[in-house]
Write a protein that binds this ligand. Structure first.
Ligand SMILES: NC(=O)c1ccc[n+]([C@@H]2O[C@H](COP(=O)([O-])OP(=O)(O)OC[C@H]3O[C@@H](n4cnc5c(N)ncnc54)[C@H](OP(=O)(O)O)[C@@H]3O)[C@@H](O)[C@H]2O)c1
Length: 304
């Protein structure tokens, strides 16, 4: 099968590509704005999806499946630069979805737990969306437009994805916690925001399963342990053997980030468990794997 991954420079794109390379079962095509070296198994295209002809891209590659990971994925950046975030998160996504319709490509779109307002938690795929940030709004708008096209696409909502790779375009919260503690810097984290943190490698595996089965519809794919962001950081400190007194328990109100955050956006993943056999490992296990992976990367090229 030909699989095209956008956002190849990001954490989720990279992990998906690395797993596809390991599997050796599919032809891999990838895009990002900056060139990433994946070796000879990946056909790489340097593309700005906002300004390029994405129809031509799909027409040229003719992928069986598109896994669309490219986005402005920082909620604060989206809040500050609404114009650019709408261009990539909504407009480019809708143009890609339309091209997928025209060339018979199955689309997998990565959405977010931030489509919810966080008042309820344990959200299922049937719960109504009600974003509290502009980032969340762009995800809802893109989801709606894709569903309206009626192309049998898959929408994967995920949450607080963590992992490491070489030269990531954006550090994730786990890497930020490690960086602060390693360098003796205090770090303020919210005790009142609850998430279901996601191991990036497990998410990548689920994305490939969905691509192979071409199952349409909305899927929640995340870890199955609900935890506050502060306690997540404490678990990381424990596994890595760092002094956790530098982690400062702070309220969301006090943090006053540019984008409003849902308080409890934990996802219910029963549908993914039942339909694709998704089975996340315990969070402590995933943090331990991250530690081992970081040790390997530190010993070779370094992780960002
Ligand atoms: N990470 C999370 O915790 C999380 C949680 C929920 C949902 N998601 C969603 O999952 C998807 C992937 O997230 P991620 O964390 O892997 O993102 P990321 O690390 O921020 O990477 C985003 C990728 O998008 C690419 N990109 C951005 N603007 C582009 C443009 N105009 N044209 C082409 N490529 C562009 C970037 O390319 P360059 O670096 O080359 O510019 C980068 O490869 C996103 O849709 C995000 O909203 C992520």
């Amino acid at each position: 099968m030909k699989i095209l991954i956008t956002g190849a420079n990001g954490l989720i794109g990279r992990k998906t590509i690395r797993l596809l390379i390991k599997k050796k079962e599919h032809q891999i095509f990838a895009t990002s704005q900056k060139r990433v070296q994946f070796g000879p198994d990946v056909n790489f295209f340097t593309v700005n999806l906002v300004y390029s002809d994405v129809n031509k891209l799909i027409e040229t590659i003719r992928p069986d499946v598109l896994i669309h990971c490219a986005a402005m994925a920082s909620p604060d950046a989206c809040e500050v630069d609404r114009y650019s975030s709408s261009k990539i998160n909504v407009e480019a996504t809708v143009r890609l979805a339309t091209a997928c319709r025209d060339y018979g490509t199955h689309m997998i779109f990565i959405s977010s737990d931030f489509v919810f307002d966080g008042k309820k938690g344990d959200y299922t795929e049937e719960d109504s969306t009600s974003p509290v940030s502009y980032y969340g709004e762009t995800k809802v708008e893109a989801e709606k437009s894709i569903l309206e096209l009626n192309i049998g696409a898959t929408i994967v909502r995920t949450a607080l994805v963590f992992g490491c790779d070489e030269h990531l375009s954006r550090p994730n919260i786990a890497l930020k916690v490690i960086d602060h503690l390693k360098n003796g810097k205090p770090y303020k984290l919210p005790f009142d925001q609850f998430r279901t943190p996601t191991n990036a490698e497990e998410l990548a595996d689920a994305l490939i399963k969905l691509a192979e089965k071409r199952v349409g519809g909305i899927f929640h794919i995340s870890g199955d342990e609900k935890i506050s962001v502060f306690d997540f950081a404490k678990q990381i400190a424990k596994v890595f053997g760092y002094d956790d007194s530098l982690l400062l328990s702070t309220s969301t109100l006090e943090l006053a980030e540019a984008a409003r955050r849902p308080l409890d956006s934990s996802l219910n993943i029963s549908k993914a468990i039942n339909l694709i056999g998704f089975k996340p490992k315990p969070l402590s296990h995933s943090i331990q794997s991250l530690k081992e992976h970081l040790n390997i990367l530190d010993a070779t090229k370094g992780c960002s």
